[in-house]
Design a protein around this ligand. Sequence first.
Ligand SMILES: [Zn+2]
Length: 256
Amino acid sequence: MWGETALGLVFALFLLTIWQKRSLTLFGTMSAGVLGTLIYVWTSWPGTAALLIFFISSTALSRLNRQEKVQRDSWQVWANGGPMLLFAALYSAVPWEGFLAAAVGAVAASNADTWASEIGRRFGGRPFHIRSRKQTENGWSGAVSTVGTLGACGGAALIGGAVFYLSEELGMFMLVSVCIAGAGGCFIDTFLGAYAERINWCSECKSYTEAEVHHGRKTIYASGVSWMTNNAVNALSSFGGGMIVTALYAALLFSF
Ligand SMILES: [Zn+2]
């Protein structure tokens, strides 16, 4: 009980800090609070630790690349955390360890994507675009670099490793599955980013962007699948990470 009260206080203080530092909008902060609370209720420690590592490391890494601060909104919070919440809800309904591991895998895929793009952007040089098969400018979805790929593996392995260390019920099979989910989620992200993601036009700076608002102005549709926004790509790749873990656990279940 005391432990939970202390944890709640630390979490509230953490949210207050990220809101105060303008890393998240007000609604984004409230969404993160709801998400964190539900994850704790439904998965206890394993999921909560995984989610906290994602929150803290992605907030810290986003500082690598931006001088001006970009506030994340509630849509971005749910795009990255919603799939995890879905698997956590499944686990609370059906307490099968595969769903718990899938919740960890979903957030590990989100973390892998974030680490890949932030570390790749900062240290990866000019990335290679998988559709045009050419080197491209930094920061585009659909582009990969060796350093970014290593970052993705690190982001997933950190989450899998922390849960492996903290959890009594999830063992080595979870760790391996979560690392595979991280790599798989990143692949889905890159593939959708290259072939489907919506590209917009900013009339202010006369350039293409994935952002919905650029230079303080709403951008207009230019190409790609109109609903496949960056948030949709992130949600699908995180969900894909969770599905990979579910499939691996199901395969294990039926192999005996
Ligand atoms: Zn612009």
